[in-house]
Design a protein around this ligand. Structure first.
Ligand code: ARG
Length: 562
């Protein structure tokens, strides 16, 4: 049973011809305060239809509602506020949740359709940035949500391993590089060579031409270039792998930009055949002014391909390979124009599925209000942040629970949980001011707070003599009713989070469950022996299941003890 549905059914009778049940469902609100009722129905829309005042309608409606679950219905100005009988209604809701077991919150509307998720996609020979962290954790959570809704997902790490910058890097390495140093410290060493290249190129611009030539050689398969590039790539991937391991994220494909090197010519041919390729300033472009966009650059004057060319080739390949129903791109909002161009070119090519490509943008991590820049050194190394978070978690555990088994693993879960939750609780479009302190506090609205609540609920279950309860026979206190009402909303939260590509909906939901549970815990002697004990334990069990399932959807582990 779903409370919204229940209320909509009640209203459906009197409102029969005036509003459809869907409209009623959309109109019902959850009041801010519990003294305003469990649910509320505003009568403004009806007022227009019936040409009566909203308050008069609310009054009349309130008097006409009747159900065994209804405690009372009150008109409050233009609203009809209703109060359910917590005990009886709670019993129904809990029976429903318990009958679903592990499937609680699961949907089937995905119907096994395939969704590709382009996510993480860091650039080799550069540090893994906070922006890539956002793409990784948001993308991972969207994938988990999609699976919970019945889709099949393909997580693609589209590694940035191709482009002029690698010509520059190779040039820099050949001029100033030291094999031993790179081996000892690959990413920082390669990255500083890359930075040096840019510094030097300011005074000797001819370097840029050298870099471009080197990339052209690489594209054409020059063995020396390919060997260096392969080495840089291998070193970078193994450094990234450490981060994915810490975050607990895995991928179904690592086909990066270079994978499309031999697939671009066909894409360019296709564009040519359709008569879309035009020369502009020596380069070849597709004009998109009819879509209000700058032209998409397909080939440079020296014949080298570009970022857009590769994304077009990759989209064609992915459609053919996976026959996706949606292709999601979890990439920062600064690439919005790029994706509109790529989709625009595919539309012009007559690809009816171009509309299934969806760019899912997100805001920046800021430092003192400014964008973090790898080039200018305003960058925080994710790996250090994660390790710091894990170390703090470890210290906490040693103080609070010195005998905890697998303390090491728990610390890793809590530390990374803190970092992931810190990101996902924000609406993804918001910029986040980077603060190690905020990221690493475990109190307040944080991942560890939710994890801790989950562990606390588990410890109650451990203390209970017998935990094999099956029948929920009802609870009378108001705190359990508040908690049950929130638990009842889990399936809706999952669906909304997926449909809006918004893991923050789940993060906020879990905070609400945690707060309601902690309030219940503070007010109730949960383990007291009386006839309500089995019901209380079942409620606690449902809390642990929902918290761990929800954390799981964010890509966060829920340790049973911490
Ligand atoms: N490597 C790119 C970057 O770091 C992100 C790639 C995003 N995905 C894509 N299909 N373009 O900016």
């Amino acid at each position: 049973m779903n409370l919204h549905e229940l209320y909509a059914d009640l209203l459906d009778g009197p409102l029969n011809i005036l509003m459809s049940k869907e409209e009623i469902l959309r109109t019902i609100e959850t009041p801010k305060f519990s003294h305003q009722g469990d649910l509320s129905f505003p009568c403004f829309q009806l007022a227009k239809k019936k040409k009566q005042s909203p308050a008069a309608i609310a009054n009349e409606l309130a008097g006409s509602l009747d159900s065994p679950y209804l405690l009372k219905a009150e008109a409050a100005g233009p609203y009809v506020n209703i109060f359910f009988k917590g005990n009886e209604t709670g019993k129904e809701i809990m029976a429903d949740i318990l009958s679903k077991g592990d499937e609680f919150g699961t949907h089937s509307f995905g119907d096994g359709k395939v969704i590709t998720i382009d996510m993480s996609s860091p650039n080799i020979a550069k540090p893994f940035s906070m922006g890539h962290l956002r793409s990784t954790v948001i993308g991972n959570s969207i994938a988990l949500l999609a699976e919970k809704c019945g889709f099949e997902t393909v997580k693609i790490n589209y590694i940035g391993d191709w482009g002029t910058q690698f010509g520059k890097l190779i040039t820099a390495y050949k001029k100033w590089g030291d094999e031993e140093k790179v081996k000892a410290n690959p990413i920082p060493e390669l990255f500083s060579l890359y930075k040096k290249f840019h510094e030097e190129a300011e005074s000797s611009p001819a370097l840029n031409d050298e870099g471009r030539r080197a990339f052209k050689l690489l594209e054409d398969g020059d063995p020396e270039m390919v060997e260096l590039w392969t080495w840089f790539k291998k070193e970078s991937l193994s450094a990234f792998e450490e981060i994915y391991e810490l975050l607990g994220v895995s991928f179904d494909s690592y086909h990066g930009e270079s994978f499309y090197n031999d697939k671009m010519e066909a894409a360019v041919e296709l564009i040519k055949e359709k008569g879309l390729l035009e020369t502009s300033d020596g380069a070849e472009v597709v004009w998109l002014d009819d879509k209000g966009l700058p032209p998409s650059l397909i080939k440079k004057s020296d014949g080298a391909t570009l970022y857009a060319t590769r994304d077009i080739a990759a989209a064609l390949y992915r459609k053919k390979t996976y026959d996706f129903s949606q292709a999601l791109y979890v990439v920062g909002q600064e690439q919005t124009i790029h994706f509109r161009q790529v989709i625009g070119v595919l539309e012009k090519l007559g690809m009816s599925w171009a509309g299934q490509m969806i760019h899912i943008p997100f805001g920046l991590f800021l430092q003192h209000g400014k964008k973090m820049s790898t080039r200018k050194g305003r960058v925080v190394l994710l790996e250090e942040v994660l390790k710091e978070a894990i170390a703090i978690a470890h210290t906490n555990i040693k103080q609070k629970n010195p005998n905890l088994e697998n303390a090491e693993e728990t610390a890793r879960w809590v530390g990374t949980g803190a970092v992931i939750f810190h990101d996902l609780k924000n609406d993804r479009m918001n910029d986040i001011e980077f603060s190690l302190h905020d990221m690493l506090t475990f109190e307040g609205e944080t991942g560890p707070y939710v994890q801790y609540t989950h562990a606390r609920a588990h410890s109650i279950l451990r203390k209970a003599a017998s935990s094999q309860q099956t029948e929920f026979s009802g609870l009378k206190d108001p705190e359990s009713w508040e908690l049950i009402k929130i638990l009842n909303k889990y399936p809706e939260a999952v669906q909304d989070a997926y449909l809006n590509y918004s893991p923050s909906i789940i993060a906020k939901y879990l905070l609400a469950v945690s707060k309601a549970f902690n309030k219940y815990y503070g007010k109730t002697r949960i383990l007291e022996e009386n006839e309500e004990l089995p019901s209380r334990l079942l409620l606690v069990k449902t809390v642990t299941n929902t918290l761990s399932d929800g954390l799981g959807l964010l890509g966060i582990q829920a340790p049973k003890q911490m």
